[in-house]
Design a protein around this ligand. Structure first.
Ligand SMILES: Cc1cc2nc3c(=O)[nH]c(=O)nc-3n(C[C@H](O)[C@H](O)[C@H](O)COP(=O)(O)OP(=O)(O)OC[C@H]3O[C@@H](n4cnc5c(N)ncnc54)[C@H](O)[C@@H]3O)c2cc1C
Length: 502
């Protein structure tokens, strides 16, 4: 193949830009395509969120070397940047360096990749055929010929739907005006939309936790705000993470803070709940779902879907890829990160060898390399692209010498009973086992704010012990009829004796 051709990088997020820096350092010509109108458009959309990694884990070595050569000052390595700071203090200065800025195409969405004169079926001459990258720029399509492709397109722009089976729930698209995905800026630009409203946050990962913590802060200035946390998993405690054992204290603190809110009854927990439909009822949304007690629904004003994300594989239809059937990550990487198997959040060092695809020269890196798995860290992506670029220039020794040291989460669960929605539950291998969830966490919590912490007793429902003594219509259940009860309505069936709240 013609080795003077440029190398395409899809996505100008932290990992795509790091790839470009490594290529420049190795004397190669990157061509970076970014769908957004600015670099790191994905990060910008959650720019208000403070990272749990301090700067020391957010900087790529090749990028820093290029920046320092132009007088850039390293930020305080212990400071936790926000997404906005990550862009403004690091990624933007990097993208503006003379060697990079002419190589980055903004508003350039890659819509297809193939090999020149070689469709997916054809074997002959395949390995020597350069790649053709089709890009939509300013409303027209351009084609670029490159010798390799580093696909760092992330997953943030393709969130999982809210439907519990991985499909959009009926009504999800029709009610899009009241559904946000990810972590809306509820304390900033989106304040008016959420202040004083009943908000359901669906999901079990860091995004859901971040959204809830922001809503809890919003509650302080808008006390009518009501937060319901809807999870597929029964054990809310499995979302808390490693707490004080986490080597990234800010990540551990997220879990500790949400645990305190749950245990104080400041947020209503509805778990397990498998969303099956979203309906409009006057000005409200009715979230319908399956629970162990039958179909239930809850009425809210706004829904935040934080159910993870999935890779956009639409533009790689013509590329020969070998991805794990479930995780949608490169096959060799998938078992290292598969949340069905473990949830360490740490991954053993891996690089070009694990990421190479049947179509030699195409690499999926960064957040997208994790497919649907949730535990990606930037430092992992930086090491991936260092190793890949070394291989692309023929430095196989450096490519094979993969070094990756990641901060441990403090929750390392192996062969966990994974319920498909985030961290698994099971035996801990690097931290004390997660405490059993308070029994109330699998039912509904009354909505009481921090000033009046709820006493959570085992076998209790809604904070009251032994409230249901005989089969009764759920709607008539005394323990669930207080003024501030969760507005969960039985769609059918009756409550079983001893199973308060239905
Ligand atoms: C809220 C949040 C907090 C996080 N906190 C941390 C943390 O503290 N520490 C940590 O290590 N990691 C953290 N992560 C995880 C991860 O490091 C980040 O998601 C990081 O941004 C991933 O970088 P990336 O370059 O792989 O992908 P992205 O940042 O998602 O960048 C991908 C880019 O590709 C572009 N793109 C997408 N499709 C196309 C296309 N077809 N054509 C052209 N361009 C395209 C997008 O616009 C985007 O700019 C966090 C993630 C989130 C969501």
């Amino acid at each position: 193949m013609n080795t003077t051709l440029p190398i395409a990088v899809i996505g100008a997020g932290p990992v795509g830009l790091a790839a470009a820096a490594h290529l420049i350092q190795r004397g190669e010509t990157p061509l970076v395509f970014e769908a957004g109108n600015e670099i790191a458009a994905g990060v910008r959309s959650w720019g208000h969120v403070r990272l749990f990694s301090p700067w020391r884990w957010c900087l790529d070595k090749a990028a820093v070397a290029l920046l320092e050569a132009h007088g850039w000052q390293t930020p305080d390595l212990e400071h936790l940047p926000t997404g906005h700071e990550l862009i403004d203090d690091y990624l933007l200065p990097l993208a503006q360096l003379p060697a990079l800025r002419t190589q980055i195409h903004l508003g350039a969405r890659v819509i297809a990749v193939s090999r020149r004169r070689t469709d997916k079926l054809k074997d002959a001459g395949r390995a020597d055929a350069p790649f053709v990258v089709q890009v939509e720029i300013d409303g027209h399509t351009e084609r670029f010929t490159v010798r390799a492709v580093i696909d760092a397109a992330g997953t943030w722009a393709t969130p999982n739907p809210i439907g519990a089976d991985g499909l959009a729930a009926p009504g999800e698209a029709d009610n899009a005006a009241h559904i946000a995905y990810g972590i809306p800026d509820v304390l900033g630009a989106a304040r008016g939309r959420y202040a004083g409203k009943r908000v359901a946050v669906i999901g079990a990962g860091h995004s859901a936790i971040n959204a809830i913590l922001d809503l809890a802060e919003l509650y302080n200035s808008a006390p009518q705000t009501h937060i319901t946390w809807v999870l597929r998993k029964a054990n809310v405690a499995a979302t808390y993470g490693g707490g004080e054992n986490d080597q990234l204290p800010a990540r551990g603190e997220l879990g500790l803070r949400i645990q305190r809110l749950v245990e104080a009854g400041a947020i209503e927990v509805v778990a397990p709940f498998f969303t099956t439909a979203i309906e409009r009822v006057d000005a409200k949304l009715r979230l319908v779902g399956e629970t162990p007690q039958g179909d239930r629904s809850l009425l809210v004003d706004e829904v935040i879907g934080a159910t993870g994300a999935r890779p956009d594989l639409s533009f790689v239809r013509e590329v020969r890829l070998d991805l794990d059937a479930g995780v949608e990550a490169p096959r060799a990487l998938a078992p290292l990160i598969d949340p069905n198997l473990h949830s360490c959040g740490t991954v053993r060092p891996h690089g070009e060898k694990e990421l190479r695809q049947p179509d030699a020269g195409y690499y999926i890196v960064g957040m997208k390399s994790y497919g649907r798995a949730p535990t990606f860290l930037m430092a992992t992506g930086y090491e991936q692209v260092r190793s890949i670029v070394a291989a692309l220039v023929g430095d196989w020794e450096s490519a094979a010498e993969v070094q990756l040291e990641l901060p441990e989460t403090g929750v390392c669960t192996v062969s966990a009973a994974f319920d498909g929605s985030g961290l698994g539950i099971g035996s801990a291998c690097c931290a004390p086992p997660a405490k059993d969830a308070p029994a109330v966490a699998v039912e509904l919590l009354p909505f009481t704010m921090l000033s009046t912490p709820a006493t959570v007793e085992s076998d209790s429902c809604c904070g009251v012990t032994s409230c249901c003594t005989e089969d009764a219509p759920v709607a008539a259940d005394a323990c669930c009829t207080s003024a501030n009860k969760a507005e969960v309505i039985a769609l059918e069936g009756t409550a079983k004796a001893g199973s308060c709240c239905g």
